[in-house]
Structures are given as structure tokens and as C-alpha cells.
Design a protein around this ligand. Structure first.
Ligand SMILES: NC(=O)c1ccc[n+]([C@@H]2O[C@H](COP(=O)([O-])OP(=O)(O)OC[C@H]3O[C@@H](n4cnc5c(N)ncnc54)[C@H](OP(=O)(O)O)[C@@H]3O)[C@@H](O)[C@H]2O)c1
Length: 385
């Protein structure tokens, strides 16, 4: 039985991970969870998982209140708490379903402690893909992605050689604005951008999917996960999100993975370490639903942010941390109606052309970069008002 620590249990991936764990109670033992602002479901989790004893809260107030109710449990709070809970809970497996940079240091800690890391927090690879891979190479940790596209690619690559790949095609739904005139982009509101055509996800990734920053991150993620050069990784649009990604091999075999848009599939792939779990999450699939394919090229003019995926992989160093930090601040500002939709692109362009480059950053350098770029982005937002 694998002992599991779930970081970000209150989020979209976190709650779907709970669903999968409940389905396979004999195989996994949930020993610890973290939550941010949404702490309502914690009591339910305690009822459902007998050995759940470690808890981390974003806010000290929630931590205090929790310990008053449950003095017998072990609890922590804040960013440091996310590290302490990994150290103390003695889990075999850490599911990192945190959103944004806050997930980076927990990923590093899990890898340093030789855990099995089930990684939804793609920002960890965007910020520090080189460091993550060197920890994997030099230690005994394992990493399994929780991302529909990358799990699809991993399935297509089963028993295949990386050198036989001609191209990896990462599918994108195109988001809500694929057919919208570019001239109208500046009128896009957060409410418009939160209407994803095919997936229901947390707010930040939904905005990233509309700007294609999510696809940009996924190009970086694919490079670090599969050790494939950026030139062989391309986005392609499948408006229905039925094809989760594909691989074209040099002999022109095309492998693709199709199926419902349901994150429990990639989550179970990671929890079961790449083996089939045979869990039935929905009624039988109707093959004709998934048998008709229609692909479109990515529109790089409408969605220029996607190019930063290639930029970051070419430039390396701290450029991914810079991109991630500015994007996080800008998405938050857009969601709070502080900036217009296209300001996200404009300010990212400004920051990406001026930041202080560090060639071989340490983890500490990346933390410093993140802090400085957040401040700089806030200043540019203020200036633009
Ligand atoms: N959602 C999807 O379908 C999907 C698909 C593929 C990949 N991913 C990736 O999975 C990750 C999680 O995405 P999501 O959509 O599940 O996001 P989400 O719904 O916003 O959940 C994020 C989780 O992180 C917690 N959190 C946020 N900031 C925190 C902080 N400062 N300290 C402690 N906890 C914090 C949140 O707590 P509260 O909500 O309680 O504040 C929540 O539990 C992201 O990296 C995303 O790119 C998501």
C-alpha cells in the first residue's frame, strides 16, 4: 500500500485525485494533505481516510483553528509548512497539485527525499526543469506527470525509443478565442476567458489556456519529461480535445491517445506509476465519438505567447522562472480586472526582453528571480494605470 501526500487537495486536480484515491482505497493510503484558502472539505477527508494525520494550511488562522479541533493531528502552515509536511509525513508518493511557483520548492524537496513525485504542477518544470532532471538522474526519485497531453505522449511512447521520434504533436483545444478576431482581443473579460470549451479546471490554468501560455508551458514540460529537442515538439489544434496528443515516428507510424477529457485518467496514470489501473471512471466510451479527427494549425500571430516555450528552451538559465513569475502576477491582475487581456502579452514581452539573465541558476537564484520579477511586474502594472 503506497502512502500518499497530496499537496493542493482543495483544488481541481486535488479533488479529482481524492476521487481516484477513494476508488482504490486498498492500494493507497492518504497520510497528508495541504489546502489553501478552501479548507471546508478537510473534515470530510478526515472521515474518509483513517490514516490522514498530516495537514498543511496556507493561512495561520486555519492552522490555529484546525489544531483546536484536532490537537491529536500534526499540522503546519505557509510555504515552509509545505516543506515540513514532506519531511515529516513519511509518504512514499507526493502528488503536487499546487498551482504556480509555490509548487516548485515542494517538488525539489520531494525529489531530494527520493519520493515518487506525481507532478501536476507543471510550473516546477518551467521554472527549474534542468534542476529537476539532474535530481532525477543523480538520486532515486521518480517523476510521473499529471497532464493529459504528457500522459498521452508517455502512452504513445510505451516500448518506443526516443531516437525514433520524428515529432511530438501536443494538442490544444484552441481555447475560447481561437475563432475570435485579433482586433477584439482587448475587449476580452475574465468571465469570457474563464469559459474553456472542453475542460473544467482551476482559474489560473484556464486563463493560461486562453492565452496559450499553458501550451507554451507544455512544450517546456514535454522537453524535460521526454528529453526531446524543442524542434521536434509542436502544438496542433483539436477543437474537441478528444486526441490528447500524438507522436509521429520516423517510419511514419502515427500513435495517438484518444478518450474523454477527464483528468482522473492522467491522475491514475501517475498514481499507478504508468501501469493501467483498470478503474472505470465513466460509462463505456462510444468509439465514433472519438474516431473523427479534425486538426488545425496553431495560430502563432493570435497567440504569440506560445513562442516563449521555444525561447525558454533555447535560452535556458532563469528565463523560465522569469516567464512564469510575470505570467502568474499578470493572470492574477487580469482576473481582478486590474489590467486588460492584451496587457498580459505586452508586459511579458517587456520583462522577457529586459530581465537579468542567470546562466546556471541554483534553486536559491530561482527563488530570488521569482521574487524580483513579481515585484517588477507589479511595478509595470502600476505604471500602466
Ligand atoms: N485543473 C486541471 O484540469 C489541470 C490539468 C493539467 C494540469 N494542471 C496543473 O495542475 C496544477 C493545479 O491546477 P488546478 O487547476 O488544480 O489549480 P487550482 O484548482 O487553483 O488548485 C490549486 C491548489 O493549490 C492551492 N494553493 C494555491 N496557492 C497556494 C499557496 N500559496 N499556498 C498553499 N496552497 C496554495 C490551492 O488552494 P485553495 O484553492 O484552497 O486556495 C489549491 O489546493 C497546476 O500546475 C496546473 O497547471 C491542472
Amino acid at each position: 500500500m503506497k502512502k500518499v501526500l497530496l499537496l493542493g487537495a482543495s483544488g481541481s486536480i486535488g479533488s479529482q485525485t481524492i476521487d481516484v484515491l477513494l476508488k482504490h482505497k486498498g492500494k493507497f493510503d492518504l497520510v497528508g494533505v495541504s489546502a489553501g484558502n478552501r479548507v471546508e472539505n478537510i473534515e470530510n477527508l478526515i472521515k474518509n481516510f483513517a490514516n490522514l494525520n498530516y495537514f498543511c494550511f496556507k493561512n495561520e488562522k486555519d492552522y490555529d483553528e484546525f489544531l483546536l479541533r484536532h490537537p491529536e493531528k500534526q499540522a503546519y502552515f505557509g510555504d515552509e509548512g509545505l516543506i515540513k509536511i514532506i519531511e515529516d509525513s513519511n509518504a512514499d508518493m507526493v502528488v503536487n497539485a499546487l498551482i504556480g511557483f509555490v509548487g516548485f520548492l515542494p517538488s525539489i524537496k520531494a525529489l531530494k527525499l527520493d519520493k515518487i513525485l506525481c507532478l501536476a504542477n507543471k510550473e516546477s518544470l518551467v521554472v527549474g526543469g534542468e534542476i529537476v532532471n539532474s535530481l532525477l538522474k543523480n538520486g532515486h526519485a521518480k517523476l510521473y506527470p499529471i497532464d493529459s497531453e504528457h500522459v498521452a505522449i508517455a502512452k504513445c511512447l510505451y516500448n518506443k525509443k526516443i531516437e525514433d521520434i520524428d515529432k511530438i504533436l501536443i494538442t490544444a483545444s484552441g481555447g475560447p478565442f481561437f475563432l475570435l478576431d485579433k482586433e477584439k482581443f482587448n475587449d476580452i473579460t475574465p468571465e469570457d476567458a474563464l469559459k474553456h470549451p472542453t475542460w473544467t479546471m482551476g482559474k489560473k490554468i484556464t486563463i493560461d489556456s486562453s492565452t496559450m501560455m499553458n501550451k507554451c508551458f507544455e512544450i517546456i514540460e514535454a522537453h524535460y519529461l521526454f528529453n526531446v529537442p524543442a524542434s521536434k515538439i509542436k502544438p496542433i489544434v483539436d477543437r474537441k480535445s478528444h486526441v490528447h496528443s500524438m507522436v509521429i515516428f520516423k517510419n511514419r507510424d502515427i500513435y495517438l491517445q484518444v478518450g474523454p477529457s477527464d483528468m482522473r485518467i492522467p491522475i491514475s496514470y501517475a498514481l499507478f506509476e504508468g501501469k493501467p489501473d483498470n478503474g472505470k471512471y465513466f460509462e463505456d466510451v462510444e468509439i465514433n465519438t472519438y474516431g473523427k479527427y479534425e486538426f488545425y494549425p496553431m495560430d502563432y500571430e493570435k497567440f504569440p505567447l506560445i513562442n516563449y516555450g521555444y525561447f525558454v528552451l533555447k535560452k535556458g538559465g532563469n528565463s523560465g522562472a522569469v516567464l512564469n513569475a510575470s505570467n502568474e502576477v499578470l493572470v492574477n491582475a487580469f482576473l481582478n480586472h486590474k489590467i486588460k487581456y492584451l496587457d498580459i502579452n505586452k508586459i511579458i514581452d517587456k520583462i522577457m526582453s529586459t530581465y537579468a539573465f542567470i546562466k546556471n541558476p541554483s534553486v536559491e537564484d530561482l527563488v530570488k528571480t521569482d521574487k524580483e520579477v513579481r515585484k517588477l511586474t507589479e511595478e509595470l502594472i502600476e505604471k500602466g494605470k
